[in-house]
Design a protein around this ligand. Structure first.
Ligand SMILES: [Zn+2]
Length: 141
């Protein structure tokens, strides 16, 4: 799994050279160079070229967003497949706590345990697709 770039130390009002920026977010200079080709704004009227802190942070956040996989209401994100998957046998365990429920199922492709939190309000809808086994503090649907 690739290391995630750090955004905590980025100061939005500061400008960084590409080596400073690479070190700050914990990526190689080559990765940073790829980012600038991929759309990260640089101020190249200056030498050396500078990167604004807020541009750098926005770029990394946008990149994280696009790496997210959309899962349907009755689908799960499988860490092993790294993709959205249906529940094996259309079955899921459902553990209720408060107004949240944790669904646990097996990936229909690799049978790895997958889980996701859902709101209690969605359970009746999910229950039409998945065979839910409720395990919890006695709450009923
Ligand atoms: Zn899987």
């Amino acid at each position: 799994m690739p290391k995630q770039a750090r955004i905590n130390g980025i100061k939005s009002y500061r400008c960084y050279t590409s080596s400073e920026a690479a070190e700050l977010v914990g990526v190689s200079k080559r990765t940073l160079h790829n980012w600038t080709r991929d759309g990260l704004q640089i101020l190249d009227c200056e030498r050396p070229a500078l990167i604004r802190g807020d541009d750098l942070r926005d770029y990394i956040l946008k990149q994280r967003q696009s790496a997210k996989v959309k899962t349907g209401l009755c689908e799960f994100y499988c860490l092993k497949c790294r993709d959205s998957r249906s529940a094996y046998g259309a079955m899921a365990d459902c553990k209720i706590s408060g107004n949240r429920a944790m669904l646990t199922a097996l990936c229909d492709t690799c049978e790895t345990v997958v889980c996701k939190p859902v709101s209690l309000a969605r359970l009746p809808e999910i229950g039409r697709t998945l065979d839910l086994t409720i395990k919890g503090d006695g709450a009923t649907l």
